[in-house]
Structure formats: structure tokens, C-alpha cells
Design a protein around this ligand. Structure first.
Ligand code: BTN
Length: 333
């Protein structure tokens, strides 16, 4: 993988489509040339490119080309293969290292990138979290992805996209780690009580019309204990830390994109009218004593419910207070 998009290297990608169907089998240049309409030189260049992207490829001038195994690299070719979506992730910009996938996705959206385009990176040097925090984004361990959306609905409905994304993430992680996933309202995803994924949704709108929304998602996948800096060791986890073995980032991303598409389709029609029940089910907060900080206001009480608009309902004495946004701390008793 290089620091540029892979979508351009068509000979490597078309070669891969053919050879990876038969691991261990050697394909002669003549048969590949015929199938792919490529010259031997183009096939060799394609195979060398695949080796640079960390595929294990056998290349013998006398015999032909053999596919052995694919790396767990978030390349366009790997993500596309078997991706079960209609629109989300159908256009992929994959990078080895960039500052922030959200920043690049916003620039692409300004240049007209279609809805569903994703920007994905193996590493971010300036990964951004909510409230101006940094998002820890080491190479080879996490999924850092931003999805460009162009919803037709009013800007007021955009914040619900974060909740909807949290639900898609919870469903994704639930598949690997049943009964261990929770959502800390509004959009932190927890595994075994520690943060495993976060969402940064950024809106570009003019008056009553959305231009685009960037939904940025960071998932801690294969981080080992030693990976996390001291300030995160107690509060953050990864899928690997929880399961005690590595998982395929590519498969996890593909599955998440499919879950995301299904939740997004549903959200456009019904918003959270039905999904808020799932948000309740996954909530790590309901029934607990919490403090919410929203702007300059700070309010404490019991997390009572999540309503059909995705608002957190706080019970303070006999009052029920709906909260649309804020940073929640759970009071330790
Ligand atoms: C949070 O929990 O604070 C939100 C974290 C969001 C991180 C993701 S990683 C991909 C995308 N690019 C960024 O710079 N941030 C988001």
C-alpha cells in the first residue's frame, strides 16, 4: 500500500480478482493474458505491485503467478471484495498515512465526491476526536474511516446520524463479542465497559439544506495492551484485548459498512422512531447517576430514558429533562 489511493492500479487489481480465487495454484502468463487482456509485462508489474501491498505472491518467470495470501490491509481491493452494500463504500479512497480521514473526506465532498464514498487510512497523524481531543491512530491496528453522506433531510436531523452510527457499530461488534457491547450516549461504543470506538460527525449545511455530512469512525481493533498511551490504558480497549486474539480489520470494516448502510436507509425513512429501543437496549447509562456537561451548563440526575428523538432523558428530583447533546460522566458510588 502506498500513500495514494489504490483505485488507479487496475492491472494489479484485476490480476488479484483472478488469482485469489485459487490460493496455491500457479496461473500461466498465457492463461492470465487471455483472461485479463494484459501483456506479460503488465502482469508482472501487477504482481510486483501486489507484493508491495503485502500480498504473498509467487512470481516465476518460467511458470507464472501464484496467490498465497492477502494481508489485513485496508486497501480498496480488499475492502471491495465481498462488500455487501449498494452505495456505502462503493467508492473507496484508501491511504497508508494521512492526517485525518475526516479532513480528507470533507475536501473530497467539497469537490463533489458521491454519497457513500469512504476515506480509510491505516494510520492518522492528526486523528481528531470529539471536543477537540486527539484520536489515537497507530498504524496496522485500528480502523479509521470517514463516510461521505448527502442526506436530503433537514440539518436538525443530522445529529441523529451519530446515534444511528453508534447502533451500527454496536451491532457490528456484538457479532464478535456477544453481550459485551454497550453505547455510552451519545456515541461512544464500549466493550466490556471500556471505550472501543468513537464517532465524529461533521456537518456542512447552508440555512435549511445539508451540503454533506462526514461520519468519522475510529475502532480500536488489534491494539495490544502496550499500544495505548498511559492516559488511555484504563479507559480504552480493543477488540483484540477483549477477545485475546487478533481479528481481520478488513472483514470488520466490510461488516460495519453493511450495518451502516442498513441503519442509514432506515434512518432516512423513520429516523429513530424504532431504533431508539435498540439504543435503550445497548445503553450503558440508563438507571445510573450521571452528570451531563453541555456547553456551560452542568446537570446531574438519573439517566431515565432515551426518547424517540434520541434525546437522553434525565430525572432530576421529580423533573424529566430532555438532553440533546453533552458529555456524560457516570458518578461512582
Ligand atoms: C471520539 O470518540 O472522540 C470520536 C473519535 C472519532 C475518530 C475518527 S477516526 C476516523 C475519523 N477521522 C478523524 O480524524 N476522526 C475520526
Amino acid at each position: 500500500m502506498t500513500s495514494a489511493s489504490h483505485s488507479g492500479d487496475t492491472s494489479a487489481e484485476s490480476l488479484l480478482q483472478v488469482i485469489r480465487k485459487h490460493p496455491g495454484q500457479t496461473h500461466t502468463y498465457a492463461s492470465l493474458s487471455k483472461k485479463l487482456n494484459l501483456t506479460t509485462d503488465q502482469l508482472i508489474a501487477g504482481a510486483k505491485q501486489l507484493a508491495l501491498w503485502d500480498y504473498r505472491i509467487g512470481l516465476r518467470l518460467s511458470k507464472g503467478i501464484t496467490f498465497f495470501s492477502a494481508p489485513d490491509q485496508l486497501t480498496s481491493a480488499e475492502i471491495s471484495l465481498g462488500l455487501n452494500t449498494k452505495q456505502i463504500g462503493r467508492h473507496i479512497l484508501a491511504y497508508r498515512t494521512i492526517q485525518s480521514t475526516n479532513d480528507l473526506a470533507a475536501a473530497q465532498a467539497e469537490h463533489g465526491a458521491p454519497e457513500g464514498t469512504i476515506v480509510v487510512a491505516d494510520q492518522q497523524t492528526k486523528g481528531r476526536g470529539r471536543l477537540g481531543r486527539a484520536w489515537f491512530s497507530p498504524a496496522g491496528a485500528g480502523i479509521y474511516v470517514s463516510i461521505i453522506l448527502r442526506p436530503k433531510f433537514a440539518p436538525e436531523l443530522a445529529p441523529g446520524l451519530s446515534l444511528m452510527t453508534a447502533l451500527a457499530l454496536a451491532r457490528t461488534l456484538e457479532k464478535l463479542c456477544p453481550d459485551a457491547v454497550a453505547i455510552k450516549w451519545p456515541n461512544d461504543v464500549l466493550l466490556g465497559g471500556k471505550k472501543v470506538a468513537g464517532i465524529l460527525t461533521e456537518l456542512s449545511a447552508e440555512r435549511d439544506k445539508i451540503g454533506h455530512v462526514i461520519v468519522g469512525v475510529g475502532i480500536n481493533v488489534n491494539h495490544g495492551v502496550g499500544h495505548f498511551p498511559d492516559d488511555l490504558k484504563q479507559t480504552a480497549t480493543s477488540v483484540r484485548r477483549f477477545l485475546k486474539h487478533k481479528v481481520s480489520r478488513v472483514e470488520l470494516l466490510r461488516y460495519f459498512l453493511a450495518q451502516f448502510e442498513s441503519e442509514y436507509t432506515h434512518y432516512q425513512k423513520h429516523q429513530l422512531a424504532q431504533s431508539h429501543r435498540q439504543l435503550r437496549k445497548y445503553s450503558s447509562l440508563l438507571g445510573r447517576e450521571i452528570t451531563v456537561i453541555a456547553g456551560r451548563s452542568r446537570i446531574s440526575g438519573i439517566a431515565h430514558d432515551i426518547d424517540i428523538h434520541g434525546r437522553l432523558i434525565l430525572r432530576s428530583g421529580s423533573e424529566l429533562i430532555p438532553i440533546t447533546a453533552g458529555e456524560v460522566t457516570v458518578e461512582k458510588r
